[in-house]
Ligand binder design. Structure first.
Ligand code: ZN
Length: 401
């Protein structure tokens, strides 16, 4: 009897999931067609759903205030099916916050996927507590609203991108070495601070979500994103879905070993990626070679002046980066690999030297199929935080239990 009840419950759940998924499918079609005309008939044709189902779903979406009918009629067709549907741009306003070790980056995203405001706040010193970070973010948000003449109460949901290993369902940050945070309930604290639903995501995964939402060519593809800068990290998606692993730690590539008897890492092992390909370790490695700098930009300049040591230094770092990329190809085998982070955005020369080395490290068919490129912009994590929160919020709105 109990089993039958459970089965019935599961069947009911599956049916409501199907309704929710159909709603999402229709809504996403309208949202993906922001710049073009789309009518109920077009949606029915593409999805294979009946005209009645589409009308029921679009009526529900209109009642929810997420879409509306446009004035124009497509293809001159008279009747309801020919009426163009479009999203209501201010239906859901999302605040995106990116927390990095040296800055906090804010943005406001509307429902038509436009960023209507942003603000970057430089952090002066290390060792902030989570409360302090949230206070800075909150003040920054208030200032941004003033600058834009925007009512803060129009925000429906907050997305936070944060460095570290994160439980994205609860918003717990298990560890964030740059801030020395251990098991910080960032999501819960932010919910209280902003009085809104909050979704927290790891910064690499946020960056990849940001990139894939902004670029239709990779939106539903297999993609690896690698970032080198203050730390080293990666994120992977297959068919547009983020790979999380059992502990949401898939992509924590900083501790992949490049040289078994190499430099000592804070994890206790030697030769980890992050003991080479980070800003601080570039400074340390150049110091060991007798070049004392405060800023990695001085290494870039030495290279640009073609100083012999800097040429060899960059050559070696490019070897490390090429080896890491090779490992990523064999580990994840994604069609696209995007490489970004502050070192590569400020010093594209490293990418150029690295790119030449990779062909020789891969089987020919893998190399031929690979689409490797450098990402120059650095605001993808805040964008991704906003997109992820918007999506989660929407899913909860559309959930038909
Ligand atoms: Zn390590």
């Amino acid at each position: 009897m109990e089993r039958v009840k459970n089965l019935q419950k599961r069947r009911a759940q599956n049916q409501s999931n199907m309704k929710t998924n159909n709603c999402k499918l229709v809504l996403n079609m309208i949202r993906d067609n922001l710049k073009a005309d789309i009518s109920r008939a077009d949606i029915a044709k593409s999805t294979g759903m009946s005209a009645t189902s589409i009308t029921r779903i679009t009526d529900f979406l209109m009642e929810s205030g997420l879409i509306r009918q446009a004035e124009t009629i497509t293809n001159g067709t008279v009747g309801r099916n020919g009426i163009r549907l479009q999203v209501v741009a201010d239906a859901v306003m999302t605040l995106g916050i990116s927390i990095d070790s040296d800055y906090i980056d804010l943005c406001i995203l509307n429902f038509a996927d436009q960023f209507i405001g942003n603000k970057k706040i430089k952090l002066s010193a290390c060792g902030y507590q989570a409360e302090e970070i949230l206070e800075i973010a909150y003040k920054g948000f208030q200032e941004l609203c003033k600058e834009m003449d925007f009512n803060p109460q129009d925000i429906s949901v907050v997305g936070i991108s944060c460095i570290g290993n994160i439980d994205y369902q609860t918003g717990t940050v298990f560890f964030a070495p740059q801030f020395q945070w251990h098991k910080v309930e960032l999501g819960e604290m932010a919910r209280k601070k902003f009085g809104l639903p909050v979704f927290v995501e790891n910064d690499m995964k946020s960056s990849l979500i940001g990139l894939s939402h902004r670029r239709q060519d990779i939106r539903y593809e297999d993609v690896t994103y690698l970032s080198i800068g203050t730390g080293v990290g990666a994120a992977v998606m297959y068919g547009g879905n983020i790979v999380r692993g059992s502990d949401n730690a898939a992509g924590e590539v900083g501790h992949i070993i490049l040289e078994s008897s190499g430099r000592l890492c804070d994890c206790g092992c030697t030769g980890c990626v992050q003991t080479y390909l980070t800003k601080n370790n570039w400074l340390e490695q150049s110091r060991e070679q007798g070049h004392e700098f405060c800023d990695v930009a001085e290494i870039y300049q030495s290279y640009r002046r073609e100083e012999q040591w800097a040429m060899l230094f960059v050559e070696k770092q490019a070897e490390y980066l090429a080896t890491l990329l090779r490992n990523l190809v064999y580990m994840y085998n994604t069609r696209h690999i995007l490489v970004g982070g502050v070192i590569l955005s400020d010093f594209p020369e490293l990418y150029e030297v690295t790119e030449k080395k990779i062909a020789g490290l891969l089987h020919e068919n893998l190399w031929r199929g690979l689409k490797l490129e450098r990402v120059a912009e650095r605001d993808n994590s805040r964008a991704g935080a906003a997109f992820a929160a918007q999506e989660n919020y929407m899913e909860q709105m559309l959930y038909i239990g």
